[in-house]
Design a protein around this ligand. Structure first.
Ligand code: PHB
Length: 402
């Protein structure tokens, strides 16, 4: 059986199990229910995020954002108190199944929030598909999660990797760039962002001439920067994030490329790192589903609350954590805290219109946000919005049988 068939069989199996429970409950067979016992019990929320390594700051921002959304509702979910369980996934795919099982088997959480790294997301997917645990992914863009592996209990409050770079093709074309080089880490996120860009750029008649990779999480860029200098492309497009992005921006400038070959990227390249890089990122243009200076009522209120609570400026990761909280709130309010009613929670989450700091978004059939992609430009310490590069961009969800 191939992966896609597996996905649709699992989905039917899940729904069959849920309706069997509903039927049994109606007949009184399962009384007293878990909910009758557990109504006052706390909802167990498992946060599986990196708190060490190159993505540590991303994990912290997601946690802050998530907790802010919950705290704005009095610290409760559907009227119930929350108990948090934390696991540091170290952005290590090899440990992902074991780490996910700490939350699922050991702590018996009701919902998992995680994670940042696409490779870890793939390791989580296997465990969470089998257990059927509700899962909201607040970052990791691995296409398979909302593609061939899509499932009723899988949700994302962030993006697919493809989405973050697809609009860049149009952007480069509008600037008159005919060819480009893509540089990134060699793992799912980098490879999928490269593909998203390539597809968009080729549609515009552009040519991706070189694909340059460094192993994750290495930050030795010198040899590849020397190669870029000799290739002399019209433009360079990059995906790095967190500590790796800061180092890349500084190395690009130090190699003398800044101001010579224009640099673009998925917005992660310049999000959350501007304090650390001096003027190395000035003028860099990126696409992403969030930007500074949106100046909407919701974004202004969010930024003020975040800054007051954490004495920090929010970034895209904080927004994704906040929206994971908002999505979960929508699910649990609809069932008045009865998380045992998983079908009810899922239906409410599927129908949610999230009033996000990034702008309103809804979920696709594959449970991935359909959202505007902004063009942003680094001006001082801000990723200043320049306009919408692609309105309501939906991931194609190839292979998802939902
Ligand atoms: C990913 O691995 O999917 C990933 C990690 C960091 C980002 C974006 C995507 O900033």
């Amino acid at each position: 059986m191939d992966k896609e068939q597996n996905a649709s069989c699992d989905r039917r199996g899940f729904l069959r199990g849920s309706s069997a429970i509903a039927g049994a409950t109606a007949a009184g067979v399962l009384l007293p229910t878990h909910f009758a016992f557990g109504q006052q019990a706390k909802i167990k929320v498992g946060l599986m995020l990196p708190s060490t390594g190159t993505f540590a700051a991303l994990g912290a921002a997601i946690t802050n954002g998530f907790k802010l959304a919950i705290d704005e509702r009095g610290g409760k979910l559907g009227g119930r108190e929350i108990e948090y369980f934390l696991v540091d996934d170290e952005s290590n795919p090899a440990k992902a199944p074991e780490n996910t099982n700490k939350l699922v088997q050991r702590d018996k959480v009701d919902v998992v929030i995680g994670t940042v790294h696409s490779g870890v997301v793939m390791g989580m997917a296997k465990v969470l598909k089998d257990s059927g645990t509700l899962w909201i992914n607040p970052n990791g863009g691995a296409g398979a999660m909302t593609g061939p592996l899509c499932a009723p209990n899988f949700f994302r409050s962030s993006f697919s990797n493809w989405q973050t770079t697809h609009a860049l093709g149009k952007v480069l074309k509008a600037k008159g760039h005919k060819n480009a080089v893509f540089i990134t880490w060699k793992y799912a996120a980098g490879e999928e962002m490269l593909e998203g860009f390539k597809e968009g750029f080729e549609k515009e008649g552009g040519k991706l001439t070189h694909e340059l990779f460094v192993p994750f999480p290495q930050v030795e860029f010198q040899a590849l920067l020397t190669e870029i200098a000799s290739i002399k492309p019209d433009a360079v497009v990059a995906f790095f994030a967190g500590g790796g992005a800061a180092k890349f921006l500084k190395d690009y400038q130090a190699a003398g490329l800044k101001g010579k070959i224009p640099l673009y990227g998925a917005g992660f390249l310049t999000d959350g790192v501007l304090e650390a890089v001096g003027d190395a990122a000035e003028g860099v243009e990126t696409t992403l589903h969030y930007a500074d200076g949106l100046n909407t009522k919701k974004d202004n209120a969010f930024r003020l609350a975040y800054a007051k609570t954490y004495k920090l400026q929010p970034d895209v990761y904080a927004v994704q954590g906040y929206d994971a909280g908002q999505l979960l709130v929508a699910g649990l309010e609809a069932v008045k805290g009865d998380i045992g009613n998983k079908v009810g929670v899922i239906k409410a989450m599927e129908a949610a219109k999230i009033d996000s700091p990034r702008g309103q978004w809804t979920l696709s059939k594959a449970h991935n946000p359909v959202q505007d992609m902004y063009l942003r430009k680094v001006v001082g310490k801000e990723n200043k919005v320049q306009g919408v590069a692609w309105k309501a961009l939906a991931d194609p969800a190839r292979g998802c049988k939902a």
